[in-house]
Design a protein around this ligand. Structure first.
Ligand code: S3P
Length: 172
């Protein structure tokens, strides 16, 4: 089984992924980390030197590759992964994949991301929490149709990481 964690930047895909992998004893792969390792450059560097289109091509290529595993795996995606190419179709048509959308509210995302934006090329230039919330609002509106195609939705607001992890485990 591959548990595919979907959600906007800052929604907790990586941290919930780590907890799930420990509790379930599944391997864990963070797609951004995998891309960085394979491309020998950080996401920020790839965006800067080769551009977003190159990054998106690689993202789809590695997503397909990782979904071919025959192991039990937790796969946390990048925030944009479901929204490009036919990535959501690829995920949904894989009979071993379970997709879970970790849904967080805009204010919670803005509060978290304002401190963690440097490594994220799409938001690194935004200066204030208010401006970031405005950006996220518009961006999520565009992305929502893709995220909502996930098989399951777990709301993360005001829940501990443990509670979110348990809720995800119940769905599997
Ligand atoms: C992106 C999210 C990032 C990373 C890249 C683009 C996006 O991943 O893939 O910066 O388009 O939302 P995280 O969601 O892990 O920050």
């Amino acid at each position: 089984m591959v548990v595919v964690l979907i959600g906007y930047m800052g929604s907790g895909k990586s941290s919930i992924g780590r907890r799930l992998s420990k509790k379930l004893d599944f391997d864990l792969i963070d797609l951004d980390d995998f891309i960085e390792e394979k491309e020998n450059a950080s996401v920020k560097e790839i965006f800067e030197s080769k551009g977003e289109i190159y990054f998106r091509k690689k993202e789809t290529e590695y997503l397909k590759q990782l979904l071919e595993t025959d192991k039990n795996l937790i796969l946390s995606l990048g925030g944009g992964t479901p929204c490009f190419g036919n990535n959501m179709d690829i995920i949904l048509s894989n009979k071993y994949a379970k997709s879970i959308y970790l849904k967080s509210s805009i204010p919670k995302l803005a509060k978290k991301l304002i401190k963690k934006k440097a490594k994220r090329p799409l938001i690194a230039h935004i200066q204030t929490e208010d401006a970031l919330a405005e950006f996220i609002g518009k961006h999520i509106f565009e992305r929502m149709p893709f995220y909502n195609r996930a098989e399951y939705v777990v709301n993360t607001d005001d829940k501990s990481k443990d509670k979110i992890t348990k809720e995800v485990m119940k769905l599997l």
